[in-house]
Design a protein around this ligand. Sequence first.
Ligand code: UGA
Length: 436
Amino acid sequence: MADIAVIGAGYVGLTLAVGAASMGHDVTVGEADPDRVADLMAGHCPLFEAGVGDLLREGLASGLLTFTRSNTDAVTAAEFVFLALPTPSAADGSADLSVLHAVVEELAPHLGERVLVLKSTVPVGTNRDVTARLRAADCTAPVVSNPEFLREGTALADFMRPDHVVVGGDDAEATAQVAALFDPDCPVTATDPMSAELVKYATNAYLATRVMMANSFADLCEALGADIDAVTAGLGRDHRIGPFFLQPGPGFGGSCFPKDARALLDLAADHGLDVPILAAAVKVNADRQERMAEAVLAEVAGVFEPVVGLWGLAFKAGTDDTRESPALRIGELIADRGATVQAYDPEASVGATDDGTHGGQTGVPIVEHDSALEAATGADVLVIATEWPEFTGEDLTEVAEAMRGDLVIDLRNLLDPEAVGAAGLRHRQIGKPEQE
Ligand code: UGA
């Protein structure tokens, strides 16, 4: 078992920390936010992430997991120092590495021979740039890139049972040590730093593009009278394609696909290259959400003071994250055009404003409610934008009675069409003929 420091207690760092402690590693987490450290020390998990809270409390109780505001204290006993820091999009789409650079500068005098592991998603070339920064500060620590493939909502399960591990570094011994740290039987791609960094972007770019393909096929299904479920089932059974990431919906969102797509396009542009298929995926994605908002607005065009019910704010089910959420964006686009948007999400919220409504990225108010039924009450149209399983348990007859209109626009193909029809509601799905 190893002594591990994790710098950054976001969903990547915290999942890594609690997972590693549960395996018996000794883990110290450095986190700059004092409130977050206090919460974590008290066993309160600040994330809505399945299983992480339980392992947090187990780790604290066993003494294998500790938190500190001091990054230098965190690394004192460590053999491996994982950086899991935010790398948000800068205004030009590139990744903003200012937090990462500041931490590297802070830690350089304290690292010695410890292995520095880059978990954060960083532009290709960052490993060698960080190495150069360390060498300039007379630090000889090896630097290993070890990108993460955790999905929000299933992050812990993905950490405990990864498909594969990617490691890249110029120091072969340190690279092999990192590869063997958590799951020695897992398939490993051990490579140079640039390739390891690119695998991460390539994976997210490929998956985002694949989702966009599924969405384009869904559009075609609607135009042609075909059924997207049959099309994706047939596609997915070809072993060269596989069944995953073919679920059509309101487009991809979250803290990763959109940001990483922009960063990869920016990186390519820096080298005089274009990635047209990825650029198209980003554009088609943004257009899709506008088109979906327009379709909702068209349904309430003649209505005085229209009301739209919105089930879901999170960018997908299983998380409270609304970053670049299609649900939130569609809601905001509709509210921006004057309709009242009444939203309910089991976990996510938009952020309070002074007048009791909630404003998201654009500041356009969305009114949040405490239940799905309340959000549907008085609605001319009900939009299902996040695929929370609990929505399938709603009493649709009650929903139908509470609504002013009778149309459900199901952007996740979540509800059972027969149940919707039986409740007297019209059901519009993605890539399917409308049920009247
Ligand atoms: C994604 C990757 O799946 C992870 O491997 C990666 O580690 C992570 O980004 C990251 O870079 O940190 P995540 O953003 O949590 O994970 O979400 P996904 O489950 O990949 O979904 C991304 C978006 O695509 C969501 O908006 C989701 O609703 C949408 N999606 C996904 C679809 O519309 N259809 C699908 O079939 C799959």
